[in-house]
Design a binder for this molecule. Sequence first.
Ligand code: PYC
Length: 441
Amino acid sequence: MDGATNGNSNGVRPRLRDGLRRSRTRGPRYSALRLVRHGLTQEDWPLTWHRQPMRPRYDVVIIGGGVHGLATAYYLAANHGIRDVAVLDKSYIGSGGSGRNTAILRSNYLTPEGIRFYDRSVKLYEHLAADLNFNVMFSQRGHLTLAHNDSSLRTMRWRAEVNKLQGVDSEVIDPDEVKRLVPYMDTSPTTRFPILGALYHPPGGVIRHDAVVWGYARAADALGVHIHQDTEVTGIDVVGDRVTGVRTDRGEISTPVVLNCTAGWSTLVSDMAGVSMPVQTFPLQAAVTEPVRPFLDTVVVSGTLHVYVSQTDRGELVFGASVDPFASYSTRGSLEFVEGLAGHVLELMPALSKMRLLRQWSGLCDMTPDFSPIMGVTPVDGFLVDIGWGTYGFKAGPVSGESMAELIATGTTPEIIATFDLARFPEGRLVGEKGAAAVGH
Ligand code: PYC
């Protein structure tokens, strides 16, 4: 595998390397002292990121201003000194999957490759607030995946063993221990779906997803990256087998490197470069309740009941389910979802029957055949992808950004993402992660 330029070293990498500067230029730092000063002087805070004029040329153009696109831009600038980078989003940053997911982080996957990859992401998330000087509110409160039958208990044991071998903290616990962690859970053996045990993953938790997007945007902007919101890509120019630029509704940009970091529209964007992807897009719905006093310390997932729930710092319960059972680009909520969700939540925690839902929403999930992403080079030189993120994209933002930035800067695919290449589909090297998806699909 040859890296960013797909084996073609004609110009892109040397030029990018020429611009390599390692200093980590930062904008004004947030600190308690600044907070007091701003309070006293009533000065305006500086803009978190800036609206820049669009240049006719960039070294790298990233399509998609979610966590993956912004993290890639940040690591290109911070780790490799590549700052002539544009991030384009057809709407506002974080308006896609990054602002619509249920913000669960974990690394308790099934395959060694998947576990190592998501574990690196959790590690980067652990230090993100300090790295970005932005409070991303990562709360490592533990993550429980319930098993309601023998076959899921067997999968939990399998995952626990592979996790341990990879150095990731996971173990199977019994219903009494589940009850200790979640006192409101109905763990009695007479329920319709009795809990036989659970995979407990202490490093898992939740984060403030918008803060992650804003933190990466602020840090990338401070390093010279241009973030262009409301800028829709309408075409990708390919000459011979090499990318030469993108067309947008605000004009054309020439560039030797285009990275598709879109979720939900990844096939449409890849089609523009003439690269077809084994991806189908499904809506995924979620909902949030009114706030109540804190009572749920862990993240709870039930694959059998197709539900996951966590409590925010404000006290709301955040719920999600499996993807809708039909491919679609619709982001409308449905009554069927809310009815099914409520029934399933009450199977687990009957005491919640009086809680009221506040809001529901939906996002788009690009599902691949093996429930693993597609990352790396494509048959078009300079056209790279970081797509196929199903229902697990947000948790992979930092590691994806770090590795895609390395690929672009060095031209070599980092080992940690090598297994997620596009070529695995024709070559039959699938990385089956369905058994570790949050819920059944
Ligand atoms: O994979 O942890 C997960 C997840 C949570 C919600 C959707 N996917």
